[in-house]
Write a protein that binds this ligand. Sequence first.
Ligand SMILES: *Cc1c(COP(=O)(O)O)cnc(C)c1O
Length: 390
Amino acid sequence: MKQERIYLSPPHLSGDENAYLEETLASNWVSPVGPHLDAWERELAERMGSKDCCLLNSATAAIHLSLILLGVGPGDVVFIQTHTYAGSVYPIIYQGATPVFIDSEPDTWNMDPRALEEAIQSLLEKEEGSAFKKQQLKAIIPVHLYGMPAKLDEILAIGKKYGIPVVEDAAESLGSTYQGKYTGTFGKTGVYSFNGNKIITTGGGGALVSENGELINRARFLSTQARDIAPHYQHSEIGYNYRLSNVLAGLGRAQMKVLDDRIKARRANFERYRHYFEARNKEGFHIEFQSEPENCHSNRWLSCILVDPEKNEGIDREKIRQVLEKENIESRPLWKPMHLQPVFREYPFAGGNVAESLFNTGLCLPSGSKLTESDFQRIVKALDTCFSNP
Ligand SMILES: *Cc1c(COP(=O)(O)O)cnc(C)c1O
């Protein structure tokens, strides 16, 4: 008999969701307006230490609205980490702008500040007679992958130096801190995701946070179809149907209460894997991890390893993935860099081969916050077969 599947990062309900759902249905606030939306926006902003928050139906929508609020349009340039999920990039294309993909640095696997500055300088040097003017360099999007904060000090300094605002894609890093402050609150805007695979979930949802209350008010206006104040339906601008439902905001409030527990559980997963692989490394293997800089606290959304076959007796990430799959255990390669995706082939890339090599050697291991002791025993047993007969 096949054992139950162990998923990479499944939803984990708190148990309180039913009470919120029942209350919401009884109140009849079944729409993208209502008390849970207002309350969760306040709670989330307060918890993250941000001035204001707008709840949306996805993080992709939150990135899209960020770009609209920053005035990104056709012909503009947006610098974005190449090692990310496509949802970070699509909105740049929706706006008719050009993404310039930036390589990763090897510690946090996130945007390499040096490659970023080189990309900016090379576009500016080419300014005379080239396609881009300084004022067309509109945004920088670092991503805190797998929960690990990017090198924000350096990236924010570059943004300041060249007058380019930063939009933080914190879709994966809700609750992670950088120098004691929550990720998502450093940029002009910050974005969180509540998709089913994220650290807390509303089944689908996102949030936009900012210190600038006017930007957030405008996001609320644009996300609810840009309705002018009038008794009839009147529109002077193009709007979007991007608002979160009040029903889902209720789920979010129930989930938010267990965020700290979820972070603890995910960090415990990581420690467990680290313990396992450090023991293998003592036997001569060389498995590497995403490192957590001293001033950071990652939510460790996903536990990932790097397996270079040349340092591991020919074992590569694909072999480990297949061995786990045979035991009905899900794992997945790290994000395939955006500059290597067929759909983004035509856009510029700055850097070397760090992101590419992360993709070639990296594997995300089962990281759900409800992994049990017996799940871990199954995972370890499968890994043992891999590392005992290479
Ligand atoms: C999940 C994710 C998104 C998109 O989030 P949605 O809420 O699914 O739109 C964007 N960026 C990153 C890095 C993500 O992991």
